[in-house]
Structures are given as structure tokens and as C-alpha cells.
Design a binder for this molecule. Structure first.
Ligand code: COA
Ligand code: MG
Length: 272
């Protein structure tokens, strides 16, 4: 693909490295990234953190041809990773976003639009019902969204509906780079059978965003948000070189159908 658009997904439940293999891969990362992996206690968390970084470096390498050792990924104050601008980009607004939850780690990239990705999975503690558990999070939803969730049907359908709304909201705040500090309750999603998804922000419908929802399996959902680079928070706008992209170019890219995820194995992400 010549357009810098990628969607990759790794199922980490299929990857069972030995301690030595794992340590080798960690050792190939820049020192600050190594610490970001080893700070986790649980091996599952370390796996997600490592694969997240392998995806980021491999994607930048494959799309832009930058040698692995020369890639510099910085983070905004809100934590969103971006490629350091020292390099001459073929794609002015090249940006990417990673998410990891449960069995999956994914990455999405765009070269014109802003992109946010969220992967979400929900496990209800044994002693609680689905409804009891999700009630703890009701303040993140609007009245209309909450009604749709609790009236979705049996327990599994309620959970599924919850996950769909949640990952759409997160994909938006991850695209802008604001993170959860933005206030998920400020977003209200509308849809027709989970296609034609649109968002109202602080009660006002925004036409400048496109959303896509994926059921990865019965337990995991993913969503992609695409929007205008000028909607990024200030810290992330500084990571892009053409925030005021021409309208026509932007709309052409925004309206393209989402290409969907390509599965990748960790073995295909080895540092070069
Ligand atoms: N915007 C977009 N992406 C972000 C981000 C942000 N503000 N912060 C981190 N990310 C990326 C990272 O790549 C991270 O993975 P990595 O650490 O392995 O590289 C990935 O998103 C994690 O996403 P996800 O798996 O979906 O995690 P999550 O659901 O637990 O939460 C955020 C993700 C971004 C919503 C949440 O961590 C958040 O709100 N962070 C902002 C915190 C903040 O504002 N701090 C201010 C300090 S001054
Ligand atoms: Mg998330």
C-alpha cells in the first residue's frame, strides 16, 4: 500500500515465547522502551507492552523505510506516541495508534487523517452480574446510550453493547490524543445496526469523523476513529506537519472504506 494506511492485529494468546526469546526481543528495543515493558509484573501485561512496541517500530519501518535503529518515537504529555519529525516524511500527517486488551494488540496508521484505535474486552467478576458490574461505569455514557445498553437483551448482549460504545468513545479520545481526561460522557454515539456511526460532541453532531467497529471474536471489540488533524490536542498537532490539510484531500481520505485488520504474527515483527 502506497498510502501509509495499515491495520494490523496480533493475537497474543497464540504466542508463547520462552523467557530467553522474550528477553532477546526486549533487549532489541531502545532502553526507555525496555523499561516500559519490564515495569509490568504480570507476564501477560509484559507481552502486550512488548508487542505494542514491536508493532509501532515495525510499522514505521515498513511504511517509511526508516532503519529500525534510527526510529525515534516520542510521546506527548498525554502519552500518545508519535514519530519524531527529524525525518523527511513522504506522508505529512503520518500517525498511528496502538491498543491492547485481552488477547489482542493492534495498530492502525493513516497518512492524512488522524487515527485512533481501541480494543476492548470485558470480564465480569464472578460475584457480580453483568448489569451490577457495568453500573460502575454508567457516568461515562449519556442517558440515551445507557438506555440502549441496559435494554440490549440478555446479559451477553448487554455486555456487547457496553463494549461497542466504550471502544468507540476511547477510539475518539485516542485519535485526538486527549485520552480519558477529555470526558467520555461528552460523546454520544448514534448508529444504524452499528454501521453509519456518528458522534455528537457536547450535544452537537460532528460530521468530520468516521467510525468503524469490528467484532474480533465473541469477547473482543475494536474500533477505529478517523478525523481531521486539526481536531488533535495541541501537543499532538505539533507531531504532524500538515494540520491544515486541504479540504478535498482530507474528505477523499476520510470517506474511503476502512481496509480492516490484517493478522500478524509476532515472528513477523522481529526488529531488523
Ligand atoms: N492518546 C492516544 N493514544 C495514547 C495516549 C493518548 N493520550 N496515551 C497512550 N496512548 C497509546 C499508547 O501507544 C498506549 O500503548 P503503549 O503504552 O503500549 O504504547 C496505548 O495507547 C494504550 O491504549 P489502550 O490499550 O487502549 O489502553 P487504555 O484503554 O488502558 O487507555 C488511554 C488508553 C490513552 C485512553 C488512557 O491511558 C489515557 O487516558 N491516558 C492519558 C493520560 C493523561 O492524559 N495523562 C496526562 C499526564 S500529564
Ligand atoms: Mg483502551
Amino acid at each position: 500500500m502506497e498510502d501509509g494506511v495499515r491495520r494490523w492485529l496480533v493475537d497474543i494468546s497464540q504466542w508463547n515465547p520462552s523467557q530467553d526469546q522474550f528477553s532477546f526481543l526486549v533487549s532489541r528495543l531502545p532502553p526507555h522502551e525496555q523499561a516500559a515493558v519490564t515495569r509490568f509484573i504480570r507476564f501477560e501485561d509484559r507481552k502486550r507492552a512488548l508487542v505494542s512496541r514491536l508493532l509501532q517500530y515495525t510499522l514505521v519501518h515498513e511504511v517509511l523505510g526508516i532503519p529500525f535503529g534510527k526510529i525515534i518515537l516520542d510521546r506527548t504529555i498525554e502519552g500518545k506516541p508519535y514519530l519524531n519529525l527529524e525525518w523527511d516524511f513522504p506522508f505529512p500527517n503520518f500517525n498511528f495508534n496502538v491498543s491492547h486488551h485481552g488477547d489482542y494488540v493492534g495498530i492502525a496508521s493513516e497518512s492524512v487523517c488522524l487515527v485512533g484505535l481501541d480494543i476492548f474486552s470485558l470480564v465480569v467478576p464472578q460475584q457480580e452480574t453483568a448489569l451490577e458490574f457495568i453500573k460502575n461505569f454508567s457516568s461515562y455514557f449519556t442517558v440515551l446510550e445507557w438506555k440502549k445498553i441496559v435494554n440490549a437483551g440478555i446479559s451477553d448482549e448487554i455486555l456487547a453493547e457496553f463494549c461497542r460504545y466504550w471502544c468507540l468513545k476511547e477510539a475518539y479520545v485516542k485519535a485526538t490524543g486527549a485520552g480519558l481526561g477529555f470526558g467520555l460522557h461528552r460523546l454520544e454515539f448514534h448508529h444504524t445496526n452499528w454501521t453509519n456511526i456518528s458522534v455528537c460532541i457536547d450535544g452537537v453532531e460532528s460530521r468530520e469523523w468516521r467510525f468503524c467497529l469490528f467484532e474480533l471474536d465473541k469477547k473482543h471489540w475494536a474500533s477505529i476513529a478517523k478525523g481531521h488533524p486539526r481536531k488533535a490536542v495541541e501537543s499532538y498537532q505539533r507531531a504532524l506537519t500538515n494540520v491544515d490539510i486541504e479540504d478535498e484531500k482530507y474528505w477523499n481520505r476520510l470517506c474511503l472504506p476502512d481496509p480492516g485488520f490484517i493478522p500478524r504474527a509476532v515472528e513477523q515483527l522481529l526488529p531488523l
